[in-house]
Design a binder for this molecule. Structure first.
Ligand code: G1P
Ligand code: ZN
Length: 543
């Protein structure tokens, strides 16, 4: 076995986005493409010789090939040990858990999250640091800088490593430990939640349905919900992971998880429904004929946290991404704990959690999590909810309605316009930025614009500044419209419009969100000139 140094040319498009580098599979299959990026990671993180690394992915198409390449490159770059999930599988939260538990020098996660998989679909790669969380912008920028000047990479000439059996092998001078992808994570869950109470709840006839969307969480759900908590096997759907997610879009929302939604809104619906995404970090929570918005879910977990063993001592603080509704802000205020507003993307929560400033955090994009790992965590959210239901002995709907009655309701919706020509999408953003002065103070029906800005964030821990994180139109009654360009898409541009209106009056809480937000949506379309500038009169997805 010998180490080969391969001459290469830089690619100009290896800038990591909101969550790592995401491209279509054929792009990653181009000669040297993956290798260049991996070498750029290794060069930027400068791991000490003999360091250990975690490696795994969501099992999508190209996962196995990529893992073999990365293993051989890790061996050629002086790593002493790599912990790989059996079959190359690790959900994103499980990878974070394993990095933290075994104190490795971070890990490489292969996933394009909720994007479709398959030979012509998406693939992705990201580096997580030794705290288990996505690398900070400083690190991702260093990786990008390296990728633009790279001239060679190192790889071991060796046969593929067997990945389908637990145990240890060697690759050159490096150990490869094939680990059970589920057990460390499941043990962590058992330490946080009252499994006995949840087991009793499920035994008592409380019916659940979990949709793994043919993605990575299938085996995790089987181990935890069925084996450890006693839910019948029929509680799981789409629990066999497939390389192309069965041709679906593994994104747990009302549009893409429609099979589950039909069951949960149908006759004889179960009491609780949930789904998670491609790499297991997102979640959607449903009650019987009832949808819980991710923003409300975060607020509710915070308000009920002390009912749950792992959080019984109370929360240090909470954080939400800027576009996420302010529902959790009201809970934080009532609990007298700090609430941080960060840019979109989980990487911004890491510093706050490491510095013990926040315990729970979340995003409107179906992501919730806590300081138990440094990623959002889909099954964790499901277990948290089940624990709360077990403790409160109320239905999901009763719990949410009770919450609104106490804190008011933040009506919320997001409109996504996917696959827009980049210029048209940039044009909308530019036009909005140019309109700040003329919009301020302007009245639209019952809404008056209080202020407009482009969100900028100064990290309270390391002082780093992230600018241009989304245009905010803030109304005097607390309602908001936000415009942002996605940083995870792989085709054209995706424009996201986030809408939020706050309602204290409980007699209006029964309204449908689209109905309650009707006026705000019209304002958003009018001030952005979205329809004329993009030629689209309907969003691709409404969540
Ligand atoms: C999207 C979500 C964001 C999330 C990210 C990764 O990013 O909006 O909240 O952290 O996926 O799951 P975006 O495409 O908006 O940049
Ligand atoms: Zn994900």
């Amino acid at each position: 076995m010998s180490i080969r140094t391969v001459a290469t040319q830089p690619f100009s498009d290896q800038k990591p986005g909101t969550s790592g580098l995401r491209k279509k599979v054929p792009v990653f299959q181009k000669p040297h493409y993956l290798e260049n990026f991996v070498q750029s990671i290794f060069d930027s993180i400068a791991a000490p010789k003999g360091a250990s690394l975690v490696l795994g992915g969501d099992g999508r198409y190209y996962n196995r090939e990529a893992i073999q390449i990365i293993l051989k490159m890790a061996a050629a770059n002086g790593f002493g040990e790599v912990l790989v999930g059996c079959g190359g599988i690790l959900s994103t939260p499980a990878a974070s858990c394993v990095i933290r538990k075994y104190q490795t020098y971070g890990g490489i996660i292969l996933s394009a999250s909720h994007n479709p998989g398959g030979p012509k679909e998406d693939f992705g790669i990201k580096y997580n640091s030794s705290n288990g969380g996505p690398a900070t912008e400083t690190v991702t920028e260093a990786i990008f800088a390296k990728s633009k000047t790279i001239s060679s990479y190192r790889i071991l000439d060796a046969a593929d490593v067997p990945l389908d059996q637990l145990g240890e092998t060697t690759l050159g001078g490096m150990k490869v430990k094939v680990i059970d992808p589920v057990s460390d994570y499941a043990e962590l869950m058992e330490s946080l939640f009252d499994f006995a109470a949840i087991r009793t709840l499920l035994k008592g006839g409380f019916k659940i349905k979990f949709d793994a969307m043919h993605a990575v969480n299938g085996p995790y759900a089987k181990d935890i919900l069925v084996m450890r908590l006693g839910a019948p096997e029929s509680s799981l759907m789409n629990a066999v992971p497939l390389e192309d997610f069965g041709g679906g879009h593994p994104d747990p929302n009302l549009t893409y998880a429609h099979d589950l939604v039909e069951i949960m809104f149908g006759a004889d619906a179960p009491d609780f429904g949930a789904a998670s995404d491609g790499d297991g970090d997102r979640n959607m929570i449903l009650g019987k004929r009832f949808f819980v918005t991710p923003s409300d879910s975060l607020a509710l977990l915070a308000a009920n946290a002390t009912l749950v063993r792992g959080y019984a001592k109370g929360l240090a603080g909470v954080a939400r991404s800027m576009p996420t509704s302010a529902a959790v802000d009201r809970v934080a205020k009532a609990m007298n704990i700090p609430c941080y507003e960060t840019p979109t993307g989980w990487k911004f929560f890491g510093n706050l959690m490491d510095a013990d400033k926040v315990t729970l955090c979340g995003e409107e994009s179906f992501g919730t999590g806590s300081n138990h790992v440094r990623e959002k965590d889909g099954l964790w959210a499901v277990l948290f909810w089940l624990n709360i239901v077990a403790a409160r002995k109320q239905s999901v709907e009763e719990i949410v309605r009770g919450h609104w009655a106490k804190f008011g309701r933040n009506f919320y919706s997001r409109y996504d316009y996917e696959g827009l020509p980049t210029e048209a999408a940039n044009g909308v953003m530019l036009h909005l930025r140019d309109s700040f002065a003329s919009l301020t103070g302007k009245q639209f029906g019952k809404y008056t614009v209080g202020s407009c800005d482009d969100f900028s964030y100064t990290d309270p821990v390391d002082g780093s500044v992230s600018k241009d994180q989304g245009v905010r139109i803030l109304f005097s009654d607390g309602s908001r419209i936000i415009f942002r360009l996605s940083g995870t898409g792989t085709e054209g541009a995706t424009l996201r419009v986030y809408l939020e209106a706050y309602e204290v009056d409980a007699s209006h809480h029964h309204l449908d969100a689209q109905e309650a937000l009707k006026e705000l949506i019209q304002i958003a379309l009018r001030i952005s000139e979205l329809q004329t500038r993009t030629g689209r009169d309907q969003p691709t997805v409404i969540t």
